[in-house]
Design a protein around this ligand. Structure first.
Ligand code: NDP
Length: 341
C-alpha cells in the first residue's frame, strides 16, 4: 500500500506580481514507514485558495510564509491507507492541511475525520469547510446581519461569496452580488440567492450600478475584492452600516501599494463600522455553523458549485485561475482516485 515516493509541489521562488509556472516545481519525496501512533494518508482532493498568495511572500502575517524549496500546504481531503494510530483506521476519510502532495504521514494533530455519508467529501473544503465558515462568521458575527437588511457582496460567485449570498437570503435579506461574468451573474440570480447581480466587467460606473441595484442603500457590505468595489460600496452605505473586510483579491498580486478608497471620509457622516477578520478566530462557531448549514441544505436553501481541475500537476494552474476568475463556486484539484481502501 505504501508507495516509495510521493509527488509534491514546492515553492521554487517567491513571485513578484502574478505568480507564473516558474513559481512552482514538481518534486518527489520518499515516503517513510509509519511509526507507532502515526498514519499514512493518500490525498484525493486539495484546495487552492487566494490566501495562499499571501503565504508566498516573506512577511509578517497571521500565518507563516511558505518556505522556498519546501512543499506548499493547504486544505486537503484524503483517505487513510495505513495506520498505527488507535483512532484512525485504513479507509477513514480525513481533512487536513497537507495539500499540494500525494501522500502524507501524521500523528493526527490538526486532522479531523470526515463522514462520507454526510456530503461529498470535498464539500469539507468548500461549503462545509473553511470558506463556508468564513461566510457564516463574517456575515452573521462580524457583520451582525439583522433580519430584512440589505447586503452587497463582491466576489459573489466564488466559494465564500456564494455562501454569503445564500445565508443572507435565508436570513431574509435583500442580496446583491457582484461578479466577473454574465454566466456567473445569471447563476447568482437563478440559484445562489441574489436578488440582483452585477457583472463588474461590463457595469460601467460601479457606484451607479450598485445604487441602481440597491436604491435603499447597503446595511452590510461583504468585501472580497477591494479596489473600485470598496469605493462603490462606501458610496452606497446606509447610516450605521457595517463593512466586513474578508479579502481584497484585486490587490494580492500588486507590485506597489494601491491608493486607498477616495471616499473613506464617508465613515464619519454615515457612522460606519469597518472590520477585518480571519476565519480561524471563529472556530468556536463551527458546531453552530454545521448545524445551521445542515438545516439550510436540507431545506434546499443552500446550493453550491465546484470547479474541478484534474491532477496534482495542474494545481498551479488551478491556483492561478483564481485570479482570472476561472472558477464558479469552489476551485478544487482532484489529486487522486476516490476510494481505494
Ligand atoms: P473565490 O472562490 O471567490 O475565487 C476568487 C474569485 O475572485 C475569482 O473567481 C474571481 O471571480 C475573483 N477575482 C479575482 N481577481 C479579481 C479582481 N482583480 N477583481 C475582482 N474579482 C477578482 O475565492 P474564495 O471564496 O476562496 O475567497 C474569496 C475572498 O475571501 C478572497 O479575497 C479571500 O482572500 C478571502 N478569504 C478570507 C478569509 C478570511 O479568513 N478573512 C478566508 C477565506 C477567504 P470573478 O469572476 O467574479 O472576478
Amino acid at each position: 500500500m505504501r508507495p516509495a515516493v510521493s509527488r509534491e509541489i514546492r515553492l521554487r521562488e517567491r513571485p513578484v506580481g502574478l505568480p507564473t509556472a516558474e513559481t512552482f516545481e514538481m518534486a518527489e519525496a520518499p515516503v517513510a514507514e509509519i511509526k507507532e501512533g502515526q498514519f499514512l494518508v493518500r490525498n484525493i482532493w486539495m484546495s487552492v485558495d487566494p490566501y495562499m498568495r499571501g503565504r508566498m511572500m516573506d512577511r509578517r502575517s497571521y500565518v507563516a510564509p511558505f518556505e522556498v524549496g519546501q512543499p506548499l500546504a493547504g486544505g486537503c481531503v484524503g483517505q487513510v491507507v495505513e495506520s498505527k494510530h488507535d483512532r484512525y483506521r485504513a479507509g477513514d476519510y480525513v481533512l487536513g492541511m497537507n495539500g499540494w502532495r500525494e501522500y502524507w504521514i501524521t500523528s493526527g494533530a490538526g486532522v479531523g475525520k470526515i463522514d462520507p455519508k454526510l456530503a461529498p467529501i470535498q464539500a469539507h473544503l468548500g461549503v462545509l469547510g473553511m470558506p463556508g465558515l468564513t461566510a457564516y462568521a463574517g456575515l452573521l458575527k462580524v457583520g451582525a446581519l439583522k433580519e430584512g437588511e440589505s447586503v452587497f457582496v463582491s466576489g459573489a460567485a466564488g466559494a465564500v461569496g456564494s455562501v454569503v449570498c445564500q445565508i443572507a437570503k435565508a436570513k431574509g435579506a435583500r442580496v446583491v452580488g457582484s461578479t466577473g461574468s454574465a454566466e456567473k451573474a445569471a447563476w447568482l440570480k437563478s440559484e445562489a440567492g441574489a436578488d440582483e447581480a452585477i457583472n463588474y466587467r461590463d457595469a460601467g460606473d460601479l457606484t451607479k450600478a450598485v445604487a441602481k441595484a440597491l436604491p435603499e442603500g447597503i446595511d452590510v457590505y461583504f468585501e472580497n475584492v477591494g479596489g473600485a468595489h470598496f469605493d462603490a460600496a462606501l458610496a452606497n452605505m446606509k447610516d450605521f452600516g457595517r463593512i466586513v473586510v474578508c479579502g481584497m483579491i484585486s490587490q494580492y498580486n500588486a507590485t506597489s501599494a494601491e491608493p486607498g478608497p477616495s471616499n473613506l471620509g464617508l465613515v464619519i457622516p454615515r457612522r460606519l463600522r469597518i472590520q477585518g477578520f480571519i476565519v480561524t478566530d471563529h472556530a468556536d462557531l463551527r458546531d453552530q455553523f454545521l448545524a445551521d448549514m445542515g438545516g439550510w441544505i436540507g431545506q434546499g436553501k443552500l446550493k453550491w458549485r465546484e470547479t474541478v481541475v484534474e491532477g496534482l500537476d495542474k494545481a498551479p494552474e488551478a491556483f492561478l485561475g483564481l485570479f482570472r476568475g476561472d472558477n464558479l463556486g469552489k476551485m478544487l484539484v482532484k489529486v487522486g482516485p476516490d476510494a481505494v481502501v
